[in-house]
Design a protein around this ligand. Sequence first.
Ligand code: NAI
Length: 736
Amino acid sequence: MASTLRFNGRVVLVTGAGGGLGRAYALAFAERGASVVVNDLGGDFTGVGKGSLAADKVVEEIRRKGGKAVANYDSVEEGEKIVKTALDAFGRIDIVINNAGILRDRSFSRISDEDWDIIQRVHLRGSFLVTRAAWDHMKKQNFGRIIMTSSASGIYGNFGQANYCAAKLGLLGLSNCLAVEGKKNNIHCNTIAPTAGSRMTQTILPEDLLEALKPDYVAPLVLWLCHESCEENGGLFEVGAGWIGKLRWERSLGALVRQRTQPMTPEAVKANWTKICDFDNATKPQSIKESIGSIVEALNKINSGGEVSANPTSRATSAATSEFAGAIGHKLPPFYSSYAELDTIMYALGVGASIKEPKDMKFIYEGSSDFSCLPTFGVILAQKSIMNGGLAEIPGLSINLAKILHGEQYLELYKPMPRTGKFRCETIVADILDKGSGLVILMDVYTYSGEELICYNQFSIFVVGSGGFSGKRTSDKAKVAVAIPDRPPDAVLTDTTSLNQAALYRLSGDWNPLHIDPNFASLAGFDKPILHGLCTFGFSARHVLQQFADNDVSRFKAIKVRFAKPVYPGQTLQTEMWKEGNRIHFQTKVQGTGDIVISNAYVDLVPASAISAKTPSEGAGLQSTLVFEEIGRRLQGIGQEVVKKVGAVFEWHITKGENTAAKWTIDLKTGSGRVYQGPAKGSADVTITLSDEDFMEVVLGKLDPQKAFFSGRLKARGNILLSQKLQMILKDYAKL
Ligand code: NAI
């Protein structure tokens, strides 16, 4: 059973507690152990007169029941004095219920200055003064609960109550602000809009309803909101008759009605009116940050050009999401392709890997012992699968290819990209979204090697001008971009793209003339050909891999980016990175202009510990392991002699499938030689890479190492001539 909510030791101040709702609160708090200050001016319901009777009666009632209470007869306009009563009587103040109120109902034109002012003074200014007097005490003790009393009249408007409506909704604004300011000191402020029978409502509500709507049916909400265990802060509740509901703000998706190069016009507002006021798929902003975020987003969209729906004729006319039912879930025909080392090297050069950086050699030289395919190469096959023509053939969706933009990209790898292979891509239309100024197609692409899933891509393709069909704005299928942390970056890497960068990158398969042909680029509205977004994506991912994973491709798990602005070949890219656990947030800027070209991006890394945990099992299940161990044993007797003959250190990379499965070192240079697992402890004279199977063929004399080298089955780096001595070592000394 839930435990009883108690207020022992808490001091509660209820304003206007001489009757109606305030009295019910005072009695309920006292009954549950609180010490209560019963404040009431004792005038009539229009604010005329004063007296001590009302407050005294309630204090007496509380005391009669064994509770603790003191009276205060000041007006709420004397906030300091009322709080002083609490401090003098009980030594502290924990909870303030701003409840006192009066009415001066008049139709708007008949409201006098006095009618206006007194309502503001009692409700709004009174709540401000009482709360301010208690605030610092609450801050010091790191606890406070405050209630503001608003009204349905303020929330919705009510004839004849302009003064009251204004004050009552002013209280909500006050409460919203105190909720924000008090949060860090455990001061919570909430607002209620009650309905109850009282002297205030007796002229409005019919008699039987007046009886039925007891203040006791409101008080329990107030008590809960003021309990120390209640986390609610900044809420607004309607309450009455035992029913409680919470209110929040809802905001339509709205419409952008301005274009960068043109003035904003009332006609554009009119043209978009239905959309501006359309609450389908509305959002529920909860903070000013979220509110401003949308405005900034709008500004960015306008500044980056294009994404506006000012012209209603450019919108697909009233096509509801249901019309895309045939498109969503549509599968493109499977796409088959293959790649070789040449392709991965060309890609690596296309995204800026360079011989200038020794650690990049593994991406651009197939003879490198740890030759690897860059993880972001995973988008290339998937993109080819989409560009293969299927996009134009999605049922129920006619896409003008000239109007598409690559909005966002997500890539997840389930294993490192193999160095070569044959693949199958399966592509499905995951969802279609309405972003107002455009339509977004989420395309999911799964890339398989045989039956094994290698990687997954999600392309967000933005079709400019096709939005506004009253479709949904978000999807649970979407891989969402994540904002970067609010602090300076942990690392920044830069790379200058070459003037030929796009010309080189396109060789990886994106032949769009926008990236090479000046005439085409100018037709599309650019001064000159632009770099591929996925090229910048490759640069940035490489920076993250270099900075946080020491170029270890097996640590790359996933990447998400949003393409924000174009880059021109020759510009310098600057990747700003933030490490948060295994997630590296990043954004990419153009140095010089400061333009953010990739925003809200991240790379997820496999923890280094998860990789090294695999190492102990390295070499298990390989035939070559037995041979190396045997060579080690045999060397023990004849080591010195062999060292004299050979005089070199051999490092071995034994592959299984596409991956390096084990590394061994045969040191025939020092002492009496030794064999051990792992890379050479000093430097190796030659590093040899070959498969476990081929290694066995060589050992068994079935494969000549030199022939294997020339046919590409065996790769050697360093002093290749030393491979001539392999025969001697393996054949003569392994002797299996
Ligand atoms: P009520 O008239 O029974 O209680 C208000 C109390 O405030 C009275 O005892 C009055 O003497 C006291 N008061 C008035 N001016 C004061 C001042 N300057 N300083 C100290 N005390 C003062 O009315 P009720 O219905 O209990 O209302 C309580 C609060 O709830 C008010 O703020 C009212 O606007 C609000 N409210 C009530 C609704 C209802 O259905 N009863 C509907 C919406 C809001």
